[in-house]
Design a protein around this ligand. Structure first.
Ligand SMILES: NC(=O)N[C@H]1NC(=O)NC1=O
Ligand SMILES: [Zn+2]
Ligand SMILES: [Zn+2]
Length: 488
């Protein structure tokens, strides 16, 4: 595609090291600009990092002598993706990912903001002090904006003061696990801990995100014939984490979310279920709670929408995650729920580790690290697998920008709207590409990504973060000028 660039009078320049388009006042135009009022052919005016006007083509008359215009033709101009669930492992486990590589991957994939999970870094973000270390690690090292979830663990759940200090320090909300997390300094919480924390979160009007699986007596137990010999089979792993684990956790949670209704002890609190995989009973429970008026939302991830357990090759531990990828019929039901609006939003749950921990040689699904590496590919993955269901650009913007912004309390992000920060992705829906060894992948360990080797549609051309063109056709701005986001 040919980009038509009309350069005229050059206004004051921002640091050209922060942006590949060194102008602080310019227009971007295309035939498909996705706004909250629908998709228009038109142009977006950006000044000092903000969107200052949005004009339909027929009303757009700029004097090209005095104006900088980048015309993207048929490409789609959309709000940048907001990934509310990513593990960047910085500080402390930067050999797993880290802010520079993770946010470069995000920028290359059209993700303009991500909210970092409180675990897999060291220390876990469970105290004010740990949050300060996070912010220090992010400063000057992030190519997209990064906010932080704090960790709800038994220690701070039982200590209102320490929870308040963590919230006062600026986490956007909290995250907890109802099963062992796999990380020693991030112990699991029971529903009693969660119940105790909800009134505090209600006062702060910040959400609690929960990894909703619980261990049940009869779950997680393998029959002798499913033992080590079959550890290379995904079906063996699947039996260790049945849908009943998600269902039981959600059953416990929806007894608590009753209190989020008007007059309840946790009125003002909000509960968000992360990475739902079970599209059957668990989903119905959430739907019923919503109908009753509980403040509850749910996300799923592209890997649950793209893959089916029965298709995962023996020993291919790139696909191991928790909760697990289930059968093809479950995947269809997840799509139905997403299209119906019963699933509110999408996230990556990008959870990398060093390749050795994926045990790719042994292919042991029971021992390998659980986590999908996907951050750079969530836009094309959602589009590629969603096209056959007729998904629209507006739906993509809702699942990946508008609803995530609302969850994280980001009032000036999540839509191409006047006054919002100019966080924008420009992409070509019809362009396909192979994720082969020649493809510029920016996550630290491409070999562990479940998407490598596949062909995807939806090529990201350009990514703007607060008006800075941070990524363009495989290249990044030379400086990492995006910002840590703290709740104020
Ligand atoms: N610790 C961690 O990142 N766990 C994540 N990985 C995964 O597959 N599910 C998770 O919750
Ligand atoms: Zn999780
Ligand atoms: Zn996670």
């Amino acid at each position: 595609m040919i980009l038509k660039k009309v350069y005229g009078f050059i206004p004051q320049l921002p640091s050209s090291d922060c942006s590949l388009l060194p102008h602080n006042h310019y227009w971007i135009a295309s035939k498909h600009v996705v706004t909250p009022n629908g998709t228009i052919s038109g142009a977006v005016e950006i000044k000092q990092g903000r969107i200052i006007s949005i004009v339909a083509e027929e009303n757009w008359h700029v004097n090209s002598w005095f104006t900088t215009v980048v015309n993207y033709g048929e490409a789609v101009i959309m709000p940048g993706f907001i990934d509310v669930h990513a593990h960047l492992d910085d500080p402390g486990r930067t050999e797993w990912e880290g802010f520079p590589s993770g946010t470069k991957a995000a920028a290359a994939g059209g993700v303009t903001t991500l909210i970092d999970m409180p675990l897999n870094s060291a220390p876990s973000t469970v105290s004010e002090e740990a949050l300060k270390l996070k912010v220090q690690a992010a400063e000057g090292r992030v190519y997209v904006d990064v906010g932080f979830w704090g960790g709800l663990v038994p220690e701070n759940a039982e200590n209102v003061t320490s929870l308040e200090r963590l919230l006062d320090a600026g986490v956007l909300g909290l995250k907890s696990f109802m099963v062992p997390s796999g990380i020693n300094d991030f112990p699991m919480t029971t529903s009693a801990h969660i119940k105790e924390a909800l009134p505090t979160l209600a006062r702060y009007r910040r959400p609690l995100l929960v990894h909703a699986e619980v261990l049940l007596d009869h779950d997680g137990k393998l029959e002798p014939e499913d033992g080590a010999d079959n550890a290379r089979s995904y079906s063996t792993y699947l039996k260790t984490r049945p849908a009943s684990m998600e269902e039981a956790a959600i059953n416990q949670l929806i007894t608590l979310t009753k209190e989020t209704r008007a007059g309840g002890s946790a009125e003002g609190a909000h509960l968000h279920i992360v990475h739902l995989s079970d599209a059957r009973t668990s989903l119905n429970l959430i739907k019923e709670a919503k109908q009753r008026g509980d403040s509850i939302t749910v996300e799923t991830c592209p890997h649950y929408l793209a893959f089916a357990a029965e298709d995962i090759p023996d020993g291919d531990t790139r696909f191991k995650c928790a909760p697990p990828i289930r059968d093809a019929a479950n995947k269809e039901k997840l799509w139905d729920a997403l299209l119906e609006g019963d699933i509110d939003m999408l996230s990556s749950d990008h959870s990398p580790a060093v390749p050795e921990m994926k045990l790719l040689d042994e292919g042991d699904f029971l021992k390998a690290w659980g986590g999908i590496s996907s951050l750079q590919f969530v836009l094309p993955a959602t589009w590629t697998y969603g096209r056959k269901y007729g998904i629209t650009f507006e739906q993509l913007a809702s699942w990946w920008s508008e609803k995530p912004a609302k969850l994280a309390g980001l009032t000036t992000k999540g839509a191409i709207a006047i006054g919002n920060q100019a966080d924008i992705v420009v992409w070509e829906p019809d362009v396909e590409f192979d994720l082969d060894n020649g493809y510029p992948v920016h996550i630290k360990h491409p070999s562990i990504s479940a998407y490598m080797g596949s062909r995807l549609a939806g090529k990201v051309l350009a990514t703007f973060v607060r008006g800075n063109l941070v990524h363009k056709e495989g290249n990044h701005a030379s400086l990492a000028c995006a910002l840590p986001i703290l709740h104020r």
